[in-house]
Every structure is written in structure tokens, then in C-alpha cells.
Design a protein around this ligand. Structure first.
Ligand SMILES: Nc1ncnc2c1ncn2[C@@H]1O[C@H](COP(=O)(O)OP(=O)(O)OP(=O)(O)O)[C@@H](O)[C@H]1O
Length: 221
């Protein structure tokens, strides 16, 4: 479950204006939501709060049942590990192979190498990348890189998956494929939030949406 209660966010200190204002909503565990709104509306900022990269300037953010204001500092890494993130710009590590990029969160979590190999191999099959395990990111197409980013985000089977424009640079077929994988994660029980400008894709996959405008939530349903 994700709950925002009267959340405001301002970057930096001082009198900068809030980029998010009075944002309140609840996403039930296991739900799928689109996050919509024009460029600059605050979608990435909202997702940053959701995956705990940012802290609200006011209000309460509760993620996976944990209100952040009451979270012990030492509990933050463990909570973060239960959240998968697909970044707008992929953020793959260029010197690591596809396999090692996908394995990274499992290695950070201290998983045994034998178990990890099976899970990463399964994830590469699932995303249609099994022939690319040894490739470096720079040798892949945009769609392939996007699928590596997705495989890395879900390999630890996160309870919450947050995706920022995951079909941004993809053609229609690639975009549909990435979306099918996100819907499959949702079917398996993960709470999924997808920020997008791709209204065509949204029309093809009707689901509840959070709609942002100028830092405020203007529709939820
Ligand atoms: N690191 C930052 N420091 C200062 N201001 C920022 C920062 N990141 C975003 N902003 C500002 O916050 C506002 C919301 O930006 P945000 O990236 O959340 O919007 P968005 O809806 O995700 O846009 P897009 O669809 O173009 O990705 C914008 O005015 C932006 O300039």
C-alpha cells in the first residue's frame, strides 16, 4: 500500500516554490495505476518520493505500510530493497554485462550466487533477453536496454514497482512488450505505478490513473 497525506515537496532549501502541493491519495496493495500529466507536472518527483529517493517537505508518505516520518534511519535500505525502479534514462552500468546488471540488486542483497544465477536467467528469459546475457549495454537497442532495466527492477520480486516513462523511446511493438511485462508483474501481485505520456498505450490498457497538473493531483480514479 502507498499513501500520501497532504504531501508537499520543494527541492533545495530556502524559499524555492513547492513542486508538489497538497498531494493526497491511497494506492491499495496489488493495484496498477497510470501516472499522467504534462511535462513538468511533477510525475518524476512523485515517483521519487514513492521509491524513497526524496523526502517530503511536509505531509506524510507511507510506503508498504511504513510511514516515513516514523521509520528508523537504519530501516530505509531494507524498505528500498522491496521497491523496484525503472528509471526514465535506464541507468544501466555501462561496464557490466546484461547478466551482471540484472544480478546487481541480488548481489547487493547478499543472495547466494547459485540461487542468483537461476533467478537472473529466468528474468532474462522472461524479458526475451536470454541471448544477450554477455552483452554490454552500449551494444543493445533502446528497447533491449529498457527491458534490461525492467529485469533488474523486478529480479528481487519487489512488492512495489515504480516505472518512469518506461516506453519513452520505444516503437509501438517494443512499448507493448514492456507494458505486457509490467501488467504481468501486476498479475503476480506487485503494486505497479507507471508514469507515461503515451496516451495511446493508456487507451489500450484502461486502468485507474493519478493525473498531475502543475504539482497537484487533479484526478484519481
Ligand atoms: N532536482 C531538481 N531540482 C530542482 N527542481 C527540480 C528538480 N527535479 C525536478 N524539478 C522541477 O520540479 C518540477 C516537476 O518536475 P518533474 O520532473 O517531477 O515533472 P515530470 O512531470 O516528471 O516531467 P516529465 O514528464 O518532463 O518527466 C519541474 O518544475 C522541474 O523543473
Amino acid at each position: 500500500m502507498v499513501r500520501f497525506d497532504d504531501v508537499g515537496l520543494r527541492y533545495g532549501s530556502g524559499p524555492a516554490p513547492e513542486v508538489l502541493r497538497d498531494v493526497s491519495f491511497t494506492l491499495p496493495q496489488g493495484s496498477f495505476h497510470w501516472l499522467l500529466g504534462p511535462s513538468g507536472a511533477g510525475k518524476s518527483s512523485l515517483l521519487g518520493l514513492m521509491h524513497l529517493a526524496l523526502r517530503p517537505s511536509r505531509g506524510e508518505v507511507e510506503v508498504l505500510g511504513q510511514p516515513l516520518s516514523r521509520l528508523r534511519r537504519g530501516a530505509l535500505p531494507g524498505l528500498r530493497r522491496r521497491i523496484g525502479v525503472v528509471y526514465q534514462d535506464f541507468r544501466l552500468l555501462p561496464h557490466l554485462t546484461v547478466f551482471d546488471n540484472v544480478a546487481l540488486p541480488m548481489r547487493i542483497a547478499g543472495r547466494a550466487e547459485a540461487q542468483l544465477r537461476a533467478d537472473v536467467a529466468e528474468m532474462l528469459r522472461w524479458t526475451g533477453l536470454d541471448g544477450k546475457a554477455g552483452a554490454l549495454p552500449a551494444t543493445l537497442s533502446g528497447g533491449e536496454q529498457q527491458r534490461v532495466a525492467l529485469a533488474r527492477a523486478v529480479v528481487t520480486r519487489p512488492a512495489l514497482l515504480v516505472a518512469d516513462e518506461p516506453t519513452g523511446n520505444l516503437d509501438g511493438a517494443q512499448a507493448r512488450r514492456v507494458l505486457a511485462l509490467l501488467r504481468e508483474m501486476h498479475r503476480l501481485g506487485t503494486t505497479v505505478v507507471v508514469a507515461t505520456h503515451a496516451e495511446g498505450l493508456v487507451a489500450e490498457h484502461p486502468a485507474p490513473a493519478l493525473r498531475m497538473s502543475e504539482g497537484q493531483l487533479v484526478a484519481h480514479g
